[in-house]
Design a binder for this molecule. Structure first.
Ligand SMILES: [Zn+2]
Length: 304
């Protein structure tokens, strides 16, 4: 399966709108292409791919709420499920994702659905780190609620950020193919009326099958259909892509953190040191000359 075979051909994107003169804000995302690419990179099981599609959607939306456009957001889900730790990063619409055990597979649930909660884990923590490039990064921790990720992010927003939030996430996939993936986040802003809250809650059933809904329709069209009576104002639709920010320089910096003895052993082993990026699986090699230069302090470890 390649992205050329997708039914819905538009690139992945994130849509922002407000409702009722700013009483609520809404984000919607399509992450279909990214989910397929990430599943292919990690040779993911179908259940892992479903978790990947959902986490990419949640991370893209959480990242879109950063106060500064060039801020970086990293979400780490440390659950007790078969998949182990999942880490997803986003900066300016570019996402990357890593999974500890992406090939772990679980039997489907009695209703035939993929057991995402079994993969992620029903117990554990969600850590959200916001890094604005200056000062210390800001970290919030919250407990997993169900391991389905949607409820876990809703709990993060409601408890850690104190913003009442609805989160719908979904990934429709099987047999190595991601048909659609995406999500929606609705947040009540200060001053949001009880009537608006009721009105939004009544629509939750619309959002429950979001991956099926966005399978062959533009997200803007869906938002218009679902929210047309709530005075939607569309602010922007921005592209999203899976793109890792790793580099040879960053890996050299990581190597330079090893102690001298370890580096000397590496230099003298007769084999190049191989380092694999957890996110994009790019393998880079560092030979004895590279390690020797690092030991002699001759390598410029810039900030690329
Ligand atoms: Zn990488």
């Amino acid at each position: 399966m390649t992205n050329d075979q997708l039914i819905y051909k538009d690139p992945d994107s994130l849509l922002r709108l407000t409702l009722r003169d700013g009483e609520a804000r809404v984000l919607m995302v399509r992450t279909t292409r990214m989910a397929q690419e990430a599943a292919d990179i990690h040779m993911a099981s179908d259940t892992a791919a479903a978790a990947i599609g959902r986490l990419l959607a949640a991370c893209a939306m959480t990242g879109a709420l950063l106060k500064e456009q060039n801020g970086r957001l990293t979400v780490t889900v440390s659950g007790d499920g078969a998949g182990g730790r999942m880490t997803c990063g986003v900066q300016a619409g570019r996402l990357k994702i890593a999974v500890a055990n992406p090939q772990a597979e679980l039997p489907p649930l009695p209703d035939g659905k993929l057991d995402v909660a079994g993969f992620v884990g029903r117990r554990g923590q969600l850590a959200v780190v916001k890094d604005y490039g200056a000062g210390e990064p800001f970290t919030s921790l919250s407990n997993l609620v169900s391991g389905e990720l949607g409820e876990d992010f809703a709990s993060y927003f409601t408890l850690s950020e104190q913003i009442p939030s609805l989160v719908a996430l979904g990934c429709l996939n099987g047999a190595g193919t991601v048909l659609s993936s995406g999500g929606m986040l609705i947040q009540a802003m200060p001053g949001c009326s009880a009537a608006t809250l009721d009105n939004l809650e009544n629509r939750i059933p619309f959002f429950a099958n979001i991956s099926r809904e966005i399978y062959d329709r533009p997200i803007r069209g869906l938002a218009e259909a679902w929210l047309r009576d709530m005075n939607p104002v569309f602010l922007a639709e921005d592209p999203l892509e899976l793109r890792c920010d790793c580099s040879r320089m960053k890996m050299l910096r990581a190597l330079s953190a090893l102690n001298r003895k370890e580096l000397e052993e590496m230099r003298d082993s007769g084999e190049p040191a191989r380092m694999t990026c957890h996110f994009c699986r790019t393998v880079r090699e560092f030979d004895a000359a590279d390690i020797g230069a690092l030991l002699r302090g001759e390598t410029m470890l810039g900030t690329d």
